[in-house]
Ligand binder design. Structure first.
Ligand code: NDP
Length: 296
């Protein structure tokens, strides 16, 4: 029987567990806070930010909502980040990407105080992750580690294959898989658009993470019998329904389910975990800012 990994349920258990740490902070008079900065009028970005704010409210994290006119000068964004860096009441800072073309996303990520960089994208935090001394694990790959753990799968000594090498998913995922740590110790292959014979690589995988952004590109034939399959992709495809579209992953779910030992659905797999791990990082940030050792 293939196990369907329930991301909503695992995310809920992460949120429940966070309450212990939030209570510890509360006992010290501290309420964790996350500042979200949106410099975009893209409806998808607006939705992402409002979901993150709702998530914060649900667990007792203060959400500070900052919006900057996308036509404004980049200096307005940098000044805002400087103010948030200096503000002792702000524990985490998240700038919703993408920022407008006239602002450098790399420079924005560098401007955030690494101790408040709850996305884990500042070069200092990327370096710490690679060095095996992560301050904040990036939310999506960290959530994937939790999903794999929840399925009772030990990655040690296994073949892990990651399809995709983005800075936010593929690279940090591969880095976590090769760490000498629980959730790591896997022999890891990273595939991308230049990979030759992708199917030969994915068929080797005991644990397969698909993060390419290509609808249903990985089907059952590309999966080893019994593999753990984690589908990161969120792709809109035309559909004959009221909305005119539906969301599908990078994995062709029905055929993959026939071969996988465990598999995440889309939606309801990785997505809720990404959101939960942002809350986790924010609570961790609050502990770090205020010198309180929290149980996480
Ligand atoms: P990017 O577009 O930044 O990266 C995609 C990666 O996939 C690139 O490395 C690219 O290779 C590789 N790729 C593209 N096409 C192929 C192919 N045909 N064969 C092999 N590799 C290929 O995407 P992200 O990492 O940001 O996101 C990936 C997907 O995950 C998207 O659908 C996104 O919406 C989703 N996502 C979901 C999240 C969640 O919480 N569930 C969070 C973040 C992303 P190359 O480098 O050579 O171009």
């Amino acid at each position: 029987m293939t196990e369907i990994i329930d991301g909503d349920a695992v995310a809920q258990s992460i949120r429940d567990d966070l309450s212990t740490a939030i209570d510890q902070l509360d006992a010290e008079g501290i309420r964790p806070s996350l500042a979200t900065v949106l410099m975009s009028d893209d409806p998808a970005s607006e939705t992402y930010v409002s979901m993150k704010q709702d998530d914060c409210a649900e667990v007792g994290i203060e959400a500070i909502d900052i919006e900057i006119d996308p036509d404004a000068d980049g200096s307005e964004l940098y000044d805002t980040i400087d103010d948030l860096n200096a503000d002792g009441n702000v524990d985490g800072i998240l700038v919703q990407m993408p920022v407008p073309d006239h602002v450098s996303d790399r420079e924005v990520l560098r401007a955030i105080d690494p101790e408040k960089d709850v996305d884990g994208f500042h070069p200092e935090n990327v370096g710490r992750l690679v060095a095996g001394d992560a301050r904040y694990k990036p939310c999506t790959p960290h959530g994937i580690q939790k999903l794999i753990e929840s399925a009772g799968v030990d990655t040690e000594g296994k073949e892990a294959v990651v399809v995709g090498r983005s800075d936010i998913v593929g690279k940090p995922m591969a880095n976590l898989f090769i760490q000498k740590a629980p959730g790591g110790n896997a022999t890891t292959t990273v595939c991308h658009s230049r990979t030759e014979d992708l199917a030969a690589k994915t068929r080797e995988a005991d644990v397969l993470v698909a993060a390419a952004g290509v609808p249903e590109m990985i089907d059952g034939d590309m999966i080893q019998e019994g593999a753990t399959v984690i589908d990161v992709g969120i792709n809109r495809v035309d559909a004959d329904n009221e909305k005119g579209y539906e969301l599908v992953g990078d994995v062709a779910y029905e055929s993959a389910k026939e071969r996988a030992g465990a598999i995440t659905p889309v939606p309801g797999g990785v997505g809720p975990m990404t959101r939960a791990m942002l809350l986790y990082n924010t609570v961790k940030a609050a502990g770090l800012q205020h010198g309180v050792a929290v149980d996480l």
